[in-house]
Design a protein around this ligand. Sequence first.
Ligand SMILES: C=C(OP(=O)(O)O)C(=O)O
Ligand SMILES: [Mg+2]
Length: 428
Amino acid sequence: MLNHIDERFEIKDLIAREVIDSRGNPTVEVEVITKGKGYGRAIVPSGASTGTHEALELRDKEKRFGGKGVLLAVENINSIIKPEIVGYDSRMQREIDYIMIELDGTPNKSKLGANAILAVSLAVAKAAADTAKVPLYKYLGGANSYVMPVPMMNIINGGKHAGNDLDIQEFMIMPIGASTVREAIRIGSEVYHTLKNTIIEKYGKSAINVGDEGGFAPPLKKAEEALDLLMESIKRAGYEDEIVLALDCAASEFYRDGYYYIEGKKLSREELLNYYKELVERYPIVSIEDPFHEEDFEGFSMITKELDIQIVGDDLFVTNVERLKEGIKKKAANALLLKVNQIGTLSEAIDAANLAFRNGYSVIVSHRSGETEDTTIADLAVALNTGQIKTGAPARGERVAKYNQLIRIEEELGLSKYAGRNFRNPFF
Ligand SMILES: C=C(OP(=O)(O)O)C(=O)O
Ligand SMILES: [Mg+2]
């Protein structure tokens, strides 16, 4: 059937409002309603350790918006985006995304706000899926979306997400030995609980407070202490053969004027590389995200060549095809962290994923440290058959919402495939 003969998909109304995220900060929510009573709602997340090259979100913390950033984004949706979008066929995702890109007219979406544009982009996709009466992952990915991603569960928080002295931001477990995502989530939760008890035994009750992504934030100083805690808890829970580890260093946060300030030391790029090498030798670390700062393509190339593990570009690539192209040319990293709000539209985010896949890079769909109950990223990970998702600890409602959505999708799919040990290439 041709698009124009089915009016049910026509966008009838669009409602924008300010709501709050998991840090209690304001963010944008959009609802889209189609003529055929299809309904889509999306809420935009927000980062703390944001990359310089990310699309710009209108946030209240920005003084120049006079404490009105999110309300300005809402206003932009109502007065500028809505009049252009209402009446459009909600299945015209790319066209709608590009109308908004043109209406904005800046390279980083700073006029309308990436948060304004993304909220509409995601809500449109959801409304179209609902009108078609197919789940979002199937609407976006089609009948052959069937790979359930390995969760990267951030169960010890540091860096900008926690009130401790750990320089490395995320210490994650990946339950690759499970046979389903449901089992992986259960295993991860068991280790999380065991870790809680281990922390109480070693550091007392006051050490079990959690960071922004739900992981514990004990008063540690060195990565080795955090990794030892993880290893002990994994062993105590009985999952030594099922779990491997991943790090997000978010190194831009501890880089200044040519040096990395980590654990009380001032390290050159080469010295930091040696520091990582030693960690990888001592612990079952299979993935390191942002090991160097966001402009250091050369550092990323070096580590990708020298360590036979997954090297992930987050602040480096910011889900931007131009930055990713540069990385591909320079053989910098071998994986893309995909965050929809770094680029600001669903179409552009999917372009980045496809560019990565076509060049042998793996893709990890990711949450932000400021999240909400919105579960779009769970559907997106399955839609794209990425094989990996990063969405925090198996605790705190905004993280759990994504894990629970994965459990539902796996059940609904019937025959699915948990990426497991093939997380970097689930088709291998
Ligand atoms: C999820 C992350 O944190 P934030 O959302 O603060 O950028 C990250 O750095 O990967
Ligand atoms: Mg990161």
